[in-house]
Write a protein that binds this ligand. Structure first.
Ligand SMILES: [Ca+2]
Length: 351
């Protein structure tokens, strides 16, 4: 078992020969996270059946699909909307947002460049706002994007990715890393490379509170910093909400006079924030209220480090739900990739 510090040092050595690598300095408080440390924990969700199309399995995931990924894309965020995977990438003068088609080998359908081009793109997330249209309350779907050090973010329309507006923000470190939308509370969770998750009101983009990500290691509670790409998920198949991707209205358009689940305004126990940790091959599953890491998924063998070193690829980064409903019995599936990785991977997490 490779522990977190060992993995980090190997990666760090590998990176010193790489140009244009996004460096972070705060490495001192990285806890030793291993899947073994949490092997007895469970998300408490119903066990999903093993899909029939498994390519290979580990103790933490089934690999279901491998599709190409542009090796020049310095991936900073993945998000799902209406059948497509959107990808935000970084690097000065090389930051883009892509719309990919997961039903066509993740073929890129559209691409925009971050403007002004010197900005370093970071995390992205789909979200929506309500607007009145002909007397009906409908969802206007959008994409939000952070940048690394400039404290500037952008909001785009979906699916066409036209810029709507620019905004400014503050975080603990002054940096923007990952972002994900929680429909139930109309909030964004935002990471900045520290252990903190900032929670913003999705309407005002103002910080409402923040929560520290922590990990219980025996009797000790340690903070987990370097929290990077984020993805809100719900492991409870009974909470499937495909309507999140659809418009509905409050004037009876869905036959019930209300938007499905619109009354829900709080978290349920199976809801989690998934996050990858900078330069560890893990995804942690975080309770959104307490910040506690409830489960660690080891993705170390999905694209092994020695192969990554040969390919001059960078670290794991990028998590998105797939749009496939957990209630079909196949459990929670996500797409994952990394910076300059040649592939994206669809996996089913095993709890
Ligand atoms: Ca994401």
């Amino acid at each position: 078992m490779t522990n977190g510090r060992g993995l980090l040092s190997v990666f760090s050595l590998a990176l010193r020969s790489m140009p244009q690598v996004k460096w972070k300095l705060s490495l001192s408080v990285l806890p030793l996270i291993t899947s073994a440390a949490l092997s007895s924990t469970s998300e408490g969700a119903a066990a999903a059946r093993t899909p029939s199309n498994v390519i290979r399995s580990s103790r933490d995931y089934h690999l279901l699909e491998v599709v190409p990924h542009d090796v020049t894309s310095f991936t900073q965020g993945l998000t799902y909307y209406n059948g497509h995977i959107y990808e935000g990438t970084g690097m000065e003068h090389e930051s883009h947002i892509f719309r990919h088609d997961p039903t066509d080998n993740m073929k890129t359908q559209a691409k925009i460049s971050v403007t002004p081009s010197h900005l370093f793109g970071e995390g992205i997330s789909h979200y929506y706002v309500w607007k009145d249209e002909d007397g009906k309350r409908v969802k206007e779907h959008r994409l939000i994007q952070l940048t690394w050090k400039d404290k500037v973010g952008f909001i785009y329309s979906l699916p066409d990715m036209k810029m709507i507006k620019e905004f400014t923000y503050e975080t603990v470190t002054g940096e923007g890393w990952g972002i994900t939308f929680i429909e139930h509370t109309n909030e964004f969770y935002v990471s900045d490379g520290s252990e903190w998750l900032m929670i913003w009101d999705a309407g005002t983009l103002e910080e409402k509170r923040k929560v520290a990500v922590t990990f219980d290691r025996g009797s000790e509670t340690v903070k987990v910093d370097l929290v990077n790409e984020l993805e809100f998920v719900d492991f409870d198949p009974s909470n499937d909400r495909p309507e999140m991707q659809q418009n509905c209205d409050t004037s009876g358009g869905n036959g019930r006079g209300e938007c499905p689940n619109s009354a829900r305004s709080s978290f349920t126990p199976a809801m989690r924030i998934l996050a990858n940790i900078w330069y560890q091959d893990v995804i942690v599953s975080i309770d959104p209220l307490s910040g506690k890491v409830k489960r660690v998924y080891n993705l170390g063998d999905i694209y092994p480090i020695h192969k990554r070193h040969e390919d001059r690829a960078d670290c794991l980064n990028g998590i998105s739900v797939t749009g496939k409903a957990p209630s079909d019995g196949n459990g929670l599936q996500i797409w994952v990739t990394g910076k300059l990785w040649p592939n994206m991977y669809r996996i089913q997490l095993i709890n």
